[in-house]
Design a protein around this ligand. Structure first.
Ligand code: DX5
Ligand code: ZN
Length: 228
């Protein structure tokens, strides 16, 4: 099974976003962190920047909405050009309706879980989703240390995906680097967000390639992927 590597532009130079998108040629998606200073204590960018970025790159945009009221705002990110939109379940009033609306508008629907949010209450919602995002740091900032205590949740989520026979991608976000990506892949992740590990490298495109090689090696060895 192929691993997908999604560089997070949170660690890029915001004054040169088009160039920074170019710098990670070969990445599967560009991860765009939208923060509203309410859901998380940080402020980044919104719909107009996503619109411009979508015009500036051929790499599909994976928008991670760390915002209040995603029911109201998420559809606008699809219209702005995002190919995948992640809302946080902690903020969504009606996650099923919202996932259906994102899909109906033509994007992949994804639901994010903060570290303290368990997956089990959402088992019945999984068929409504194209991806689940498991935060492996508290959302809000790049460059934080990976939370190893999230590995059991990744493992349990992968078991639920297998149990239901779903084609659901499992994304990890936060502290993913050459030191941690294999643990994530072994536990069940197949989509990897990396901010500082990519944009902090002297050659970001080479960092993407190195992370992909490591993740694919770990997935090939992983018990959860043995039937793929
Ligand atoms: C954090 C964001 C992440 C962040 C990851 O709240 O959701 O996408 O950019 O950055 P690193 O990879 O540096 O932990
Ligand atoms: Zn993110």
């Amino acid at each position: 099974m192929a691993a997908q590597i999604n560089p997070s532009i949170l660690s890029a130079d915001f004054a040169r976003l088009a160039d920074e998108a170019q710098a990670v040629e070969g990445a599967d998606w560009l991860h765009v962190d939208v923060m509203d200073n309410h859901f998380v204590p940080n402020l980044t960018l919104g719909v107009p920047v996503v619109e411009s970025l979508a015009r500036a790159t051929d790499t599909p945009l994976d928008c991670h909405l760390m915002i209040e009221a995603p029911d109201r705002w998420a559809p606008q990110y699809v219209e702005a050009g995002a190919s995948s939109v992640t809302f946080h379940v902690e903020a969504a009033a009606a996650p099923v309706r919202l996932a259906r609306e994102i899909r109906a508008k033509g994007a992949r629907a994804s639901m994010g879980l903060k570290p303290a949010t368990p997956i089990e209450p959402y088992e019945d919602l999984l068929p409504e989703l194209d991806m689940l995002l498991i935060m492996t740091v508290e959302p809000g900032f790049g460059g934080q240390a990976f939370l190893d205590i999230m590995l059991p949740k990744i493992r349990r989520t992968r078991e639920l995906i297998s149990k239901h026979g779903l084609e659901l991608w499992l994304q990890v976000d936060g502290g993913v680097s050459e030191a941690t990506i294999e643990r994530c892949a072994e536990a069940g992740a197949d989509v990897f967000v990396a901010g500082s590990a990519v944009y902090g490298a002297s050659d970001p495109a080479a960092a993407v390639r190195a992370l992909r090689t490591q993740a694919e090696g770990a997935i090939a060895q992983a018990s959860w992927a043995c039937d793929h």
